[in-house]
Every structure is written in C-alpha cells, then in structure tokens.
Ligand binder design. Structure first.
Ligand code: SF4
Ligand code: SF4
Ligand code: SF4
Length: 429
C-alpha cells in the first residue's frame, strides 16, 4: 500500500511536490493531437472530436508520400532526447560541476540519488482515442528507451484487454478520469447524456487494470524506476461531486490507487464552467478530505490551494509543450482568449532540439520563476517558506500583468483563500 509519507506529501503525480531544484529541467508535459469523443465542461484545452490541425507536432507525411499519419519522432528528437541528455549529464557530473555548470543550489548538488527525467501526456486530447492510440504507444516506448518515466492521463474508456496487456510491462503510470461513482453525474461531467455508456466502460477499464496488476508495486525497490502503484484516479473538486469526495478518496486508498484531485484550472472551457466552486466550498472540500485521510488512513498532509495531498512545485523543474510545439512554464500559462489572458510563451520546439533547454534557460525561468521571485499576497504568505504552497501560475498569477520570456520582474500574484500572513521580523528597537 502507499505509505503515509513525511513530510506530509502524498503521491499524486510523478515527482510532484517532491522534486528538489537541481538547476536542470526534470519534467515535461506535452500535448498530442486533440482527438477526443467526450466534451467535459471544464476541459482546459477545449478539444473537439477530430483534430485535423496540420500544426500538430505529430503531423507528418511519409517520405514516400501517401496518407498523412502521426509520427512520434518529432517528440523524441525535440523533447525526449534533449531532456534525457540534460538529466544524464547532471547525473554524471560532480557536485562542483552541478553547481557551476547547471546552476544547482549547493544544498541539492550532493546526492547519491539518480535523477530520473519524467514526461507526461496531460490528456489534452484522449491518448487512447483510436486516432491517437498507436502514436501514444510509440511515445511511451520511445520515452522509456530514452530512460524517461511516462505518465498518461486518460478517460480510460478506450482501454481494452489487448491495450492493457501491452501497457503492463511499460514504465508508465495511468491516471484515469473518475469524477464520480454515480452514472448520471459522471456522464454529465464528461458532457454526455445520463444513458451514455462512458460510465460503465470507464469502470470496467479500471477493474481490468486492477485485475492485471496496475495497482501493484512496479520495479525494484530502491531504484529510480520503483513505483508503489501505477494506477490513479483523477478529478477536480466540483459542484456536482463535492458531496462524493469522501467516497472517491476511499475508493482510491482502499485499492492502492493514487488520488489525484485538484481544483478546476480556469483555462479553455474551465474558465466558463459552472462547476467551479466558491472559495468557501473549495476550502470546505479540502478540509473534509484532510480530516478523512488522517482519521481513516493515517495520512497527514497540509492544505495547499491546488492539489489535494501535495503542493505544486513545478516552477523548479518543469515545462509544458502544447500540441503545436509552443513551450510554456506550465499548463496554466497558456493563452485564454475568453478572459483576455496572454500566454507566457518561451519558444517553440519546432525551432530545433536546442529550443526546449533554451526555454528552460530563458530569463523568466532562470531569474524569476525557478528562484521563486514572486510579489503580492503570495509573497506575504507563510505557506511558501514552509513548503506548503508555492502559489500557482495558472490560478493565482495576476493575469493583467503581461509576462514574456525575457521578463525579469517578479511575478505578481493575487493570493487565495488559503493565505496565512507571514510574520515579519521586527526591526531592532
Ligand atoms: S476527456 Fe480530456 S480532452 Fe476530452 S474533453 Fe474531457 S478534459 Fe478534454
Ligand atoms: S503552477 Fe498551477 S497551473 Fe502550473 S502546473 Fe502548478 S498547479 Fe498547474
Ligand atoms: S496566498 Fe498564494 S502562496 Fe499562500 S496559500 Fe494562497 S496561493 Fe499559496
């Protein structure tokens, strides 16, 4: 079973909340073509059934001509290899070299731990939709061959026995959408009628994955490959499921399944979704889960403002690449036309294999986001210095302030319901 970990962090996503600043890029989320047969009201990328956008990274024609098909090679060449190479060089370096060449903070340079690069497909488009399935299988194989761990967010309902068996030996964690254990609520939360088969298909897929052992430990204990489980359930806290949160958490804990629960990201359809909660309701939802987890499962964690059970620390190890190749500090830094929010674009991987690491070294990442130079309520909050919450670039950044890749001014924040005033040192009298 998953252990109650100190210091108060639950496993939610690979490395989330537990990755130290090593100076290097250690995790990347990337987009795939947006094909998806569902229509979730909170979808941050506003996908459609079929995505024929020729700007997709994966779009390509075979040299011999003929039918256009998706290719995994651009991802391998432009994301996996540059990421893996940087991690490999850091692992091979001495502590002094890590500080001098990679900008690693001295306190994190001396370690016997082998750093593992991590990539994830965040479900901006369903990875196992028939049009994406072969591409995604090739992407997992390629990432693993580069020495990278893979996480895939999925609706689950396209997973059949053949696909599950193919995935089982791979180094992959599957995070399956489970917003509700009630058919009519679940189907509404994927934009489908009450009698749609999604609910049964998803429940059957989860059962199948458990039957074949996805929720069992994987790899050799003590190695960087080891995972206590490779299966998770994912949801946001919403109006329709707030009364069900306890049973959703219990389902996960009892089955050795990761519980990945956050708040709605106000991007894409999420920005106008009526499922968004008031601050009071969000706080109440977090507190209910915190109490339950401690009482019933002996798991203690502090309340951050985005994820249940952990804190987002992606500012110090992460980049996001959208399906067209544009690079951002994280998924919350994409453009939102609906609310006139400008994106923070750091480059485009199509510019070549150097582009990803160049984005990581851009002034805004190196001088502001990674060293956490923030202003406003989040700076005055006690949570960051205690490691409980590091604000959120998507939710609590002041979106009226334009930020570019060359900005060196601190990030302006708006704070949140979880703010606790930091005690200032009194000047000597
Ligand atoms: S399943 Fe994922 S990609 Fe599809 S609509 Fe829902 S959130 Fe968007
Ligand atoms: S900073 Fe916010 S939007 Fe960005 S990855 Fe973390 S939780 Fe998501
Ligand atoms: S005010 Fe900012 S740092 Fe403090 S808890 Fe809220 S989001 Fe986190």
């Amino acid at each position: 079973m998953l252990h109650a970990t100190k210091p108060h962090r639950q496993i939610v996503q690979a490395g989330l909340g537990t990755t130290p600043d090593r100076g290097i890029l250690q995790s990347v989320w990337f987009g795939i073509p947006g094909n998806c047969d569902l229509s979730c009201p909170y979808c941050f990328c506003s996908t459609t059934e079929i995505d024929n956008d020729v700007d997709n990274i994966a779009w390509g024609r075979p040299a011999s001509g003929g039918v256009t098909h998706y290719q995994y090679e651009p991802y391998e060449r432009l994301i996996f290899k540059p990421l893996a190479e940087q991690v490999r060089a850091w692992n091979a370096a001495s502590p002094e070299q890590r500080i001098a060449a990679f900008g690693c903070p001295p306190e994190n340079a001396q370690t016997d731990e082998v750093v593992r690069g991590k990539v994830a497909i965040p479900g901006a488009g369903e990875p196992f939709h028939p049009r994406n399935r072969e591409l995604v299988l090739s992407l997992i194989r390629s990432a693993n061959a580069c020495g990278l761990h893979m996480t895939v967010f999925t609706t689950g309902h396209w997973i059949d026995a053949a696909l599950a068996a193919e995935l089982l030996p791979m180094d992959v964690v599957l995070l399956v959408k489970r917003n509700s254990g009630k058919k009519e609520v679940q189907n509404a939360l994927v934009g489908r009628p009450a009698d749609h088969p999604f609910f049964e298909q998803r429940e059957a897929a989860l059962q199948l994955l458990m039957d074949i052992g996805f929720n069992k430990p994987f790899g050799k204990p003590g190695t960087s490959e080891y995972q206590e489980t490779r299966l998770g359930v994912v949801t946001s806290i919403m109006r329709e499921n707030i009364v069900e949160l306890e049973s959703l958490l219990c389902f996960a804990r009892k089955n050795n399944i990761i519980f990945d629960c956050d708040t709605i990201l106000e991007r894409g359809r999420g920005g106008v979704c009526r499922q968004r909660l008031t601050d009071k309701m969000t706080e109440c939802g977090f507190k209910i889960l915190q109490r339950l987890d401690k009482k019933k499962f002996g798991r203690e964690w502090d309340i951050s403002s985005t994820y249940v059970g952990t804190a987002c620390d992606r500012h110090r190890h992460h980049l996001y690449v959208d399906k067209r190749g544009f690079i951002y500090p994280c998924v919350g830094c994409m453009e939102d036309k609906e609310h006139n929010i400008d994106p923070i674009v750091l480059g485009n991987i199509k510019d070549g294999p150097h582009a990803l690491i160049a984005a990581w070294k851009s002034p805004i990442m190196a001088k502001v986001i990674r060293p956490w130079r923030y202003e406003g309520p989040c700076k005055d909050c006690s949570k960051p210095e205690k490691g409980i919450c590091f604000s959120c670039l998507g939710r609590f950044r002041d979106s009226l302030v334009t930020v570019t890749r060359d900005s060196t001014e601190p990030i302006t924040t708006i704070g949140c319901w979880n703010h606790t005033q930091r005690h200032r040192k009194q000047p000597p009298k």
